[in-house]
Design a binder for this molecule. Structure first.
Ligand code: AMP
Ligand code: FE
Ligand code: FE
Ligand code: ZN
Length: 287
């Protein structure tokens, strides 16, 4: 049995709907799939239904944008309670910041005499967690750019004229936010962020795991992070980070994580919930 624990849909910057993603997962023989859209869990309800229809186990997830010592990194949050009030409030705040960032990018484009409207971008995004790929798509659809790449190269890449820095929460706060919602906090694609020097500090902050297997990790990179996981007693996860057609070819199927790692992940979440249930019942008897 194999899993893919890093996947995006059109509830953030992927192109597949949850139903399309699940049908590709079925075709690739996945037994378990997680949805890890950026700064949102909006697609999880539909993904859960789609997985049930195909007899695939669904692992609720998200990918939070964070920073540690000024460097951006992404934290995967697995098996968070999708009704957790604090989690939903914080995520809504980050989505508000993302929407505000879109308005700022559009204002900069307008100053360059590109009459794009923020509403046109929001209509294309059609989700609470819009990002630069949606601005790029709007620029292409309105005929201002010939391709998504051109939109990034001319306007949206860092330090290009319509680029706006992104708000990022602190990685240690993100770990806390995930764990207080009963979830498991995992550092995403460490091989892409040169994150090795951050790992000890993140472990001290309670990090649960690292994503050793990723479509952009070479075999030796994966091996390196398996050794790091061993050294720091971290859980091991893996996923393709498929964004559908957004980044050329769909990556689903490129990572097949052995199911034993999903078991460990679920055990960690169950232990966390059992502990917080004990703590709250102890608190209750004191009242
Ligand atoms: P954002 O979260 O709004 O900063 O957007 C980040 C997303 O934009 C990620 O999914 C990136 O893969 C995508 N992205 C960044 N640079 C490019 C590029 N040059 N071409 C296409 N997509 C890009
Ligand atoms: Fe993305
Ligand atoms: Fe990421
Ligand atoms: Zn991702």
């Amino acid at each position: 049995m194999v899993a893919d624990l890093h996947l995006h849909t059109n509830f953030s910057d992927g192109t597949y709907t949850p139903e399309e993603l699940v049908s590709h997962g079925k075709r690739h023989g996945l037994s378990a799939m997680s949805l890890t859209d950026h700064d949102t869990v909006e697609g999880c309800a539909r993904m859960a239904v789609a997985c049930q229809g195909e007899n695939i186990e669904f692992i609720p997830g998200t990918e939070l944008t964070a920073e540690f010592n000024g460097t951006e990194l992404h934290l995967l949050g697995y098996i968070v309670d999708l009704d957790n009030e604090k989690f939903l409030t914080e995520v809504a705040r980050f989505q508000g910041v993302r929407q505000e960032r879109i308005r700022e990018m559009v204002a900069r484009l307008n100053k360059l005499n590109i009459p794009l409207s923020a509403d046109a971008v929001f209509a294309i995004a059609n989700c609470r967690s819009p990002g630069r790929p949606h601005v790029a798509r709007a620029l292409v659809q309105a005929g201002f750019c010939g391709s998504l790449d051109e939109a990034f190269e001319r306007f949206l890449k860092m330090h290009r004229p319509a680029w706006v820095p992104k708000f990022k929460m602190s990685a240690l706060d993100a770990i806390q936010l995930i764990q207080q919602a009963g979830g498991v906090a995992v550092m995403a694609h460490p091989g892409l962020n040169r994150s090795d020097e951050m790992i000890p500090g993140m472990v001290a902050g309670g990090l649960d795991g690292i994503e050793c297997f990723h479509s952009k990790h070479s075999t030796s990179t994966a091996q390196h992070y398996l050794e790091m996981a061993d050294t720091y007693h971290l859980l091991v996860t893996g996923g393709s980070d498929c964004h559908g057609m957004n980044k050329g070819k769909p990556l689903i199927g490129s990572i097949k994580l052995p199911y034993q790692h999903v078991e460990r992940l679920k055990e960690r979440a169950a232990a966390r919930r059992a502990r917080s249930a004990t703590l709250s019942s102890t608190a209750g008897t004191r009242d």
